[in-house]
Every structure is written in C-alpha cells, then in structure tokens.
Design a protein. Structure first.
Length: 202
C-alpha cells in the first residue's frame, strides 16, 4: 500500500512527532480526535482539516504545544498541594500555572512562542472576550495569566490579550507586593512558584 503523503497526513505526522518530543515522555501515544488533551498514556490532538490555512496551522500547533508542555512540566501533586479554596482563587491559581507552563516552552523555542500566541489571540477574539464588555472580576484569572505570561517571557502580548490584561494591570502590579517579580525567577520550580501564587492570592 502506498504511503499517504497528502499535506494533511504530513502535517499530522510532523505534529505528532513534535508533540511527543516536547512532552518528554517517550512512551506516550499521540493520536487525533475531538477531545484535545492528555490522559494516562495518550495525548489527543485536534484533527487538522484537509485544507489548512497558515493561521489555523499555527493555532493547531499551539494547542498541541500547550498539551505537550503541560505533560512535561506540570506535577498535579505539587499543584494541588497549594491550591486554595474558593472558585475565584482557584481559577486565578490555575491560570497562573498555565502561564508558568507555557512560558517555559515560549522561552525555549521561538516557534512555540509564536504558536502559543496564535492560540491566545484566537481565545481573546472569541467568546466572552470578543465583545469588549468584560466584567472585571470575571476576567481576573485570565488577566493575571496574561500579565504573568508577559512577565515570564518578556514578550509583548497580542493586542487582543493586552486589552484583557490592562483591565487589571495597575491593580495587580500595585497590590501584589512584588510577587510577580518573584515569580520571574521560579518558572522551573513548580512548588515554590505555586506557594508564591497562593500567598499572592490571599
């Protein structure tokens, strides 16, 4: 049987290979389906369409990068050890962890940073962020995530994400007592990073 060399199949092969390498798990199986994420010994990625634009390709790569980076750099036990009580504190805490994980990949690889920006830009132009009527408390968690991402990478946010971050920028920078700057030195140390975030939330 002839090997499938269609653009879609070549894209899938490259995406699966890169995702597995980035996950730092040589035993993980990478497949494609509707539910993007990592579960047990399997990573599931979004099935790319037959015809794919450069913008969509970057977004699909970014989604895959985010899943792989979480598998490589996130320890659930360390995360839950410092996770606070309450819905809003937990959303803020979880968002900070996402910023930590993705900043590690963005700082290591320019292509990964571009892919993650594509995902972030799409996220901020969709759903609740698209209308420009954000409730300040409702966007606190993503705003902190974006501010942390900016701090940890030294990379400018996409305009769509900067608009959300600016809602809380002054208040966060004024009231966190320099905690954001402390976090810059701890992206590889999840337990210490999570401890600082929890103290910052209190």
């Amino acid at each position: 049987m002839a090997k499938d060399t269609t653009p879609q199949e070549l894209f899938k092969q490259a995406l699966a290979t890169t995702t597995k390498a980035m996950s730092a798990d040589r035993d993980v199986e990478v497949g494609f389906g509707n539910d993007v994420g990592s579960d047990g010994e399997t990573i599931t990625l979004r099935l790319p369409p037959v015809q794919i634009s450069a913008v969509l390709a970057a977004r699909i790569r970014g989604e895959a990068d985010a899943v792989a980076l979480r598998r490589a750099h996130h320890d659930p036990s360390a995360h839950f050890a410092n996770r606070p009580q309450g819905d809003l504190p937990r959303r803020v805490y979880d968002a900070a962890e996402q910023a930590r994980i993705e900043s590690l990949g963005a700082n290591a690889m320019r292509g990964t940073a571009d892919n993650l920006d594509a995902v972030l830009d799409h996220r901020c132009q969709s759903g609740e962020f698209a209308m420009g009527t954000e409730d300040a408390e409702a966007v606190l968690a993503p705003a902190l995530e974006f501010l942390l991402r900016e701090k940890l990478t030294g990379r400018a946010l996409p305009d769509s994400a900067r608009r959300v971050a600016d809602i809380w920028r002054e208040k966060v920078e004024t009231e966190t007592g320099g905690a954001l700057d402390q976090l810059i030195g701890e992206p590889h140390n999840q337990p210490e990073f999570s401890r600082i975030v929890r103290n910052m939330i209190r």
